[in-house]
Design a protein around this ligand. Structure first.
Ligand code: PMT
Length: 396
């Protein structure tokens, strides 16, 4: 079974008798290691208490758009950016109608409008309400707009009716959520990804490095596995757990990363250079610790090989994707690197913005090819990685 490890699921609970099943659903999502936050509508709180869902999810339950305390802790826009998936279960007929009409008069409808995350609905209502033409029209329109629909199932209902309208069982909904994160798009492809910083030694105890945490590269590795690829991850010194089924090669310096990348790319289809490689290294690494002397010290640095450019220069070159970490002139510098390094694609991020880029859990990027430009608004690195791999797949 697929897992939901590291997936952030925003569970929206709307008013209906099936709201009690949200408790079980949270447990099933957490069994698969999802990080769950709950948003309840006012009507949902008549059926099950926020305290129950807070205890099960391990996070405060959000319910009001106008609650200043909750907004100060995690505002609705932050919450919208946090989610990798918005799951509405149960989704009542009223919520479905309001969502379809684009209303934003409570927290949950607002989040549905404000988030770039995929949205899945698990409808639950009386069979006649489900069969009504207005509900069916609303559902068709929402599905057409890209929302996923889980169920409903058929059977006996709380009101005594029998028919379609029962919310699917929690295990079934959790399994369908996991499936949403998986595809076979890149099946048969070998993807080599570099991640994290490099360290360039000055002496046995000191080095030059940068703030890269490796999160972006590891998220890409995980998303590539979910898309069916074989993945080799060449990682600088980072404190991250290797995603399941990824072959990880640990390196320290740019020279190590260069050698490991050349070897791994002998049979690669795609090379993604998300590592923050040091451009220079010490000309000589001191054998002993450099002693303090005088007010100034001169270091001679020499240029490291450009790893992604070396891979792009191979005769049998894979599809080459670079990153551009810029603090100014994002577009101009990124396009320059795309051309100079002979890349197929470059992913530009603004590393002056501390809410994204280096060491953050989130990122926002613009992707350039020689023919196109596409913006990917701020979201988690997990969701972004999934979107970037779809984009790469389309460009192959
Ligand atoms: O690791 P995180 O904390 O999650 O942060 C993610 C990130 C900000 C590091 C990532 O999104 C990112 O931007 N990675 C590229 C960082 C970088 O070194 O960019 P650059 O503009 O200096 O280099 C351009 C490209 O050339 C990059 O693909 C880089 O990997 C590659 N390069 C650079 C120098 C070199 N000697 N060899 C290279 O292959």
């Amino acid at each position: 079974m697929h897992s939901l490890t590291n997936r952030r699921i925003l569970l929206g609970v709307t008013g209906g008798i099936a709201a009690y099943k949200a408790a079980e659903l949270i447990r099933r999502l957490k069994d698969q290691h999802a990080d769950v936050r709950v948003v309840m509508t006012k009507a949902a709180q008549e059926f099950i208490t926020p305290l129950t869902l807070q205890a099960l999810s391990g996070n405060p339950v959000h319910h009001s758009l106008l609650d200043t305390e909750a907004e100060a802790a995690m505002g609705h826009i932050e919450l919208a950016k946090w989610a990798d998936l918005i799951l509405i279960a149960p989704a009542s007929a009223d919520f479905i109608a309001r969502c379809h009409s684009g209303m934003a008069d409570d927290l949950l409808t607002t989040l549905c409008l404000a988030s770039v995350a995929p949205i899945a609905l698990a409808p639950a209502m009386n069979q006649a309400m489900w069969g009504d033409a207005k509900t069916q029209n609303n559902m068709q329109a929402l599905e057409k707009s890209g929302m996923f629909v889980f169920g409903p199932g058929s059977g006996s209902q709380a009101c005594g009716d029998i028919g379609l309208g029962r919310m699917l069982e929690a295990t079934d909904i959790a399994a369908r959520c996991a499936q949403l994160f998986h595809s076979e798009k890149l099946s048969g492809k070998h993807i080599v990804i570099t991640a994290g910083p490099t360290r360039e030694a000055l002496d046995p105890v000191r080095y030059i490095s940068n703030h890269s945490s490796g999160k972006m590269g590891f998220a890409l590795a995980s998303a590539a596995i979910d898309a069916g690829a074989r993945v080799t991850l060449i990682a600088g010194p980072v404190n991250l757990v290797t995603p399941e089924r990824v072959t990880r090669i640990d390196i320290i310096s740019a020279l190590d990363m260069h050698a490991a990348s050349l070897k791994a790319c002998e049979d690669a289809d795609i090379f993604i250079a998300s590592a923050a490689v040091a451009d220079y290294r010490a000309a000589d690494i001191a054998e002993q610790k450099i002693k303090k002397s005088g007010d100034e010290i001169q270091l001679t640095l020499v240029k490291n090989p450009d790893i992604v450019a070396s891979i792009a220069a191979l005769k049998n070159k894979p599809f080459c994707v670079g990153f551009a970490a810029e603090t100014q002139n994002l577009e101009e510098y990124a396009k320059g690197k795309l051309q100079r390094k002979n890349l197929d694609m470059i992913i530009a991020n603004d590393v002056a913005n501390t809410a994204i880029g280096f060491n953050s859990d989130n990122n926002a990027v613009t992707v350039f090819t020689s023919q196109s430009q596409k913006e990917f608004p701020q979201c988690s690195k997990q969701l972004l990685a999934q979107q970037l791999l779809s984009h790469i797949h389309q460009a192959l």
